[in-house]
Design a protein around this ligand. Structure first.
Ligand SMILES: [Zn+2]
Ligand SMILES: [Zn+2]
Length: 254
């Protein structure tokens, strides 16, 4: 048995990450309609029936908008914090399973740790997952790197990490001033340099697969993310880039 991960799509128009071990398959965030989610699952060889649960990191629509409807259709439990449940308002699932930051829980073969992050939502968390002796982290939607976040994501074997924007592109780009401040601020999103700083700070001796994601279509370009991580390239085994339309294909951890 191993642990693998894949993405239905990554970015401000919708997110969904699959974490799978044995018969357990978790969908982290569901920022797409039921139909779109089903289409994207099919691309990865899965259906709604293969899912064991949905986990929602926070209430922003690119993460939560489709969770309740998908859960209803397939009878899936939805794990989320009390703050996220409140924040989802009319998109809130019925019969939610309330989780708390830093309190580990188990779904089937996978043990899940929610990690509190700085982001402008009510009670946002990101996650790391352990199964078969391996750990995969999902870390997007955070405005800055805290010591707590670094400690929590030490020792991952696989990692999806946010590299949201290039600061110069955000500055010169089309966003209104208030949105620029929000995205670039401490409760917004990680820029490319912060993603690299995080990689320097975290213990990554075991890191086999790094995927950079939640890459802004307006304020970033894959080439710029590549340039930013290039100095680290020699001690990173595999680096991939998640995109809005395709997400990324399955990666298994050895
Ligand atoms: Zn997001
Ligand atoms: Zn967000």
């Amino acid at each position: 048995m191993t642990i693998r991960f894949a993405s239905l799509g990554s970015g401000s128009k919708g997110n969904g990450t699959l974490i799978e071990s044995g018969d357990t398959c978790l969908l982290v965030d569901c920022g797409f309609s039921v139909r779109e989610t089903e289409k994207r699952l099919a691309r990865l060889g899965r259906t709604g029936q293969d899912l064991s649960a949905i986990l929602v990191t926070h209430e922003h629509s690119d993460h939560g908008r489709g969770a309740a409807a998908l859960a209803r259709k397939y009878g899936l439990p939805v794990y989320l914090t009390a703050g996220t449940l409140r924040g989802l308002q009319r998109d809130a699932p019925t019969g939610p399973k309330i989780i708390c930051g830093e309190q580990e829980f188990t779904v089937g073969a996978i043990s899940v740790t929610p990690v509190t992050v700085p982001h402008d939502a009510r009670e946002p968390v990101q996650f790391h997952f352990t199964a078969a002796g391996r750990r995969v982290g999902v870390l997007t939607d955070l405005g800055c790197i805290t010591p707590h976040v670094v400690n929590s994501f030490n020792g991952c074997d696989g990692l999806l990490l946010e590299a949201n924007h290039d600061t110069a592109m955000l500055d010169k780009g089309p966003y209104p001033a208030a949105l620029k401040r929000r995205v670039g601020g401490d409760w917004g999103h990680l820029n490319n340099d912060q993603a690299v700083q995080f990689l320097h700070a975290v213990e990554r001796r075991c890191l086999q697969i790094l995927v950079l994601g939640h890459i802004s279509q307006q304020n970033n370009a894959v080439g710029l993310v590549e340039d930013a991580v290039a100095p680290l390239q020699q001690d990173l085994h595999q680096v991939h880039y998640a995109c809005q339309e395709q997400g990324f294909d399955w990666h298994g951890i050895d």
